[in-house]
Design a protein around this ligand. Sequence first.
Ligand code: SAM
Length: 271
Amino acid sequence: MHDHETDGHRARKRFGQNFLSDPNIIRKIIDGIRPQAGDLMVEIGPGLGAMTAPLIERLGHLHVVEIDRDLIARLHERYTPAQITVHEGDALKFDFGSLCAGLAADAGPALRIVGNLPYNISTPILFHLAGFADRVRDMTFMLQKEVVMRMVAEPGTEEYGRLSVMLQYRFRMGRLFDVPPGAFRPAPKVMSSIVRMAPLPVDQLGAQDEALLGRIVTAAFGQRRKTLKNTLRDFVGDADFEALGIDGSLRGERLSVAQFVAIANHCSARG
Ligand code: SAM
């Protein structure tokens, strides 16, 4: 299979490059983001600039994180330093918190993150970004539809899993709309969706030990067919399930986020 060329650039598969080319979809995404002049915003993977141009037009200035040197060179040619700050490198390693360094101490969570994310790194990038939630105002992403369905899934459904619980613990999320493959060059094989994520207030989170919550959720979904009694045996026993009022013969996919938090806090309290 040969690479696809767009605007004189050969799309690189290893960087998950599918460039948005449908002006109506681009407008719809920008409307969904609602950029306001002066917002502190960073775009992950600007690529050939489909979203970058309208964002800069509305914001005045935009930060971008891009890994592909050819695309970075184009961005420098096209925009002035007053319009764009290009952070060259891997978004998975980028310190998004560093963008807030110049803000007043009482500025609150101000960072807005957007992007048509490279699908080959969707899950790791979502977990990396979750680590900066306390500085984030909102995030709007395009992802593979199947991943978005897992992010927003309700307990008891097939899509509900570790990604749903860990992200719903930290964010309020909503799927805005779907984007068909034909909106991109080259066209991806799968349907895409736009998802918006807004961090929940810190006092609503509730887990005393978030790392422990993460380990419990990972264990509960590690073997989906097994019951909680089985998958969580390193954490809780029959008496604990009874004290928590949770049926240990259920599978992890039946538990709400609040119930996972209750299990984690029960373990923290017990020491
Ligand atoms: N935003 C553009 C658009 O909508 O047309 C491009 C989207 S394309 C799906 C993903 C972009 O992310 C590409 O520009 C690619 O080079 C960049 N990218 C891929 N992996 C990356 C990484 N680890 N860190 C930063 N950017 C990355």
